[in-house]
Design a protein around this ligand. Structure first.
Ligand code: NAD
Length: 365
């Protein structure tokens, strides 16, 4: 039976960048024997406008049935005043929770062609390739009790940072497996010098490590990790950490690469079903002008091929095609040095042309 991919373009530039990824999926089906069935549905503001619900029940059901989901972005100023549960972002949170997508993979890869776009010196970041594995469904963003209440005549706000052994163990297994497919180095980031929950985190990660003797495990406090990411980022290969620390560190690492338009992400559950999405938002300021960089969405598709569809060969081909297009000097506005830039669709077409050229080269050999 053909595997099903659900496309959720969403709002703003979401549909523009997902349409480029969809063209590439069609080429993989046509010329590379991928054999996936592709379906599309609305999510976020687009779904709210049609159904009064940012994540309609039938879309959630289709997401649960699919092998993988490719999402563009959700949100926009017109929906910011809605009640919280009706806002586009609520759809994303619900999707993550319903599919139990606990393992968030955020690569920070710097294509050497873009080394000058980073805020750090080129020699510190050239060929940077870090993978941050962030626990996504637990920790302080979900812990109870939480709230704001009046105590002793003033308002007090509180949240709870809580992790169970099983939550730590499953994210640790996920990270060790990813480290096995890379340079076999894993750094676990916590705040064990201050927080009891981090002490438990460290204990559990240590015990999971015994199942992965081929992996070199280290530990680092989160404040030091933030400093080291800026000082010498290439010392890291895979980093595993909790929800809030991962939220902050992954944005920090991502910015080392210079452009938000280049950054993909994946969120996986225990059966490797995944939600793949660019790190950027719906960019209402450039939506509808053909100025969006589609490479984050295209590289998210590459992660989908690698982690949910077990098609590493196609993922490698796609990554290489993106590299070759950058080598050729083609740039969307966000990564261009000057006023010479291409449209969203021209960038997508160039990646397709490169995929086909490489395929023909292989056939001729
Ligand atoms: P944003 O990522 O949408 O935009 C930040 C800046 O980066 C803007 O100047 C934008 O033009 C630029 N940019 C973003 N993606 C780009 C691309 N592919 N190519 C070229 N330039 C790009 O962040 P924001 O402005 O803070 O948020 C806008 C909306 O997106 C808000 O409603 C927010 O809630 C939503 N949002 C959604 C997600 C998501 O769907 N996962 C993530 C972040 C923000």
């Amino acid at each position: 039976m053909a595997r099903t991919i659900l496309l959720l373009p969403g709002d703003g530039i979401g549909p523009e960048v997902i349409s480029e990824a969809e063209k590439i999926l069609a080429v993989f089906n046509q010329d590379f024997d991928l054999d996936v069935q592709v379906e599309s549905a609305d999510i976020g503001g687009a779904a709210y406008e049609k159904d009064g619900n940012p994540l309609p029940e039938e879309v959630l059901a289709a997401a649960k049935e699919s092998s993988a989901i490719l999402l563009g972005a959700v949100g926009g100023p017109q929906w910011e005043t809605l009640e919280r549960h009706l806002r586009p972002e609520a759809a994303l949170l619900k999707l993550r929770a319903e599919l139990d997508l606990f393992s968030n993979l955020r690569p920070a890869i710097l294509f050497s062609q873009l080394a000058d776009s980073s805020s750090l010196k080129p020699e510190l970041v050239r060929d940077l390739d870090i993978m941050i594995v962030r626990e996504l469904t637990g920790g302080i963003y979900f812990g109870q009790p939480r709230g704001v209440e009046t105590r002793g005549g003033e308002r007090v706000g509180f949240n709870t940072l809580v992790y169970s052994e099983s939550e730590i163990s499953r994210i640790a297994h996920s990270a060790f497996k990813i480290a096995q497919a890379r340079k076999k180095r894993l750094c676990s980031v916590d705040k064990a010098n201050v927080l009891e929950v981090s002490g438990l985190w460290r204990d559990v990660v240590e015990s999971v490590a015994t199942a992965y003797p081929d992996i070199e495990l280290s530990h680092m406090y989160v404040d030091n990790a933030a400093m080291q990411l800026i000082r010498a980022p290439k010392q890291f290969d895979v980093i595993v950490t909790g929800n809030m620390f991962g939220d902050i560190l992954s944005d920090c690492a991502a910015m080392l690469t210079g452009s938000i338009g280049m950054l993909p992400s994946a969120s996986l559950n225990e059966s490797a079903q995944g939600l793949y999405e660019p790190v950027h938002g719906s960019a209402p300021d450039i939506a509808g002008h053909g100025r969006a960089n589609p490479l984050a969405a295209i590289l998210s598709l590459s992660m989908m091929l690698r982690y949910s569809l077990a098609e590493s060969d196609l993922a490698d081909r796609l990554d290489q095609a993106v590299g070759h297009v950058l080598d050729s000097g083609l740039r969307t506005a966000d990564i261009a040095w000057d006023n010479q830039y291409c449209t969203t669709a021209q960038m997508g077409d160039a990646v397709i042309e490169q995929l086909r050229t490489n395929l023909n080269d292989v056939k001729e050999i």
